[in-house]
Write a protein that binds this ligand. Structure first.
Ligand SMILES: [Zn+2]
Ligand SMILES: [Zn+2]
Ligand SMILES: [Zn+2]
Length: 136
């Protein structure tokens, strides 16, 4: 699948800015924040960058992660099953403060008592990433 195909699949216009942002998002090997993107895409004004992220999120092209760092992180959604936009596990490194996707691990299903309703499950593992582990 080409990078433009996602725009057709999601029924949104493939503008130059959207394509640029989408391509840039694929260069991260960790979950990125708005400021991570701003650093790399300094030619795009901040408000249109933000709006693009919001659109991608709304179209479920991204997963949003709250890793407790104070800034929201995002990663590209490559869920194969469209009916379950199932989040994967993330590990937040306490050394470099980066949050990595563990796409091979799904967030476990939580069976709450009947009178409760789940909106979202955040599953963050705190630890040391592979890069930081090597440095020790
Ligand atoms: Zn997803
Ligand atoms: Zn690390
Ligand atoms: Zn992720």
């Amino acid at each position: 699948m080409g990078e433009e195909d996602i725009f057709i699949a999601k029924k949104i216009r493939c503008t130059a800015v959207r394509l640029l942002v989408w391509k840039e998002m694929h260069h991260f090997d960790y979950a990125f924040s708005l400021s991570d993107l701003e650093e790399r895409l300094y030619t795009i004004d901040k408000s249109s960058l933000f709006r693009t992220i919001m659109l991608f999120k709304e179209k479920e092209m991204l997963h949003e992660i709250d890793d407790g760092s104070g800034s929201v992180k995002y990663c590209i959604c490559d869920c194969t099953d469209e009916t379950s936009h199932q989040h994967h596990v993330h590990i937040s490194c306490t050394h470099c403060k980066k949050t990595y996707c563990i796409k091979t691990l799904s967030v476990p299903f939580v069976n709450l008592p009947k009178d409760f309703e789940v909106d979202e499950i955040c599953y963050i593992v705190k630890g040391t990433c592979a890069k930081c582990k090597k440095k020790r």
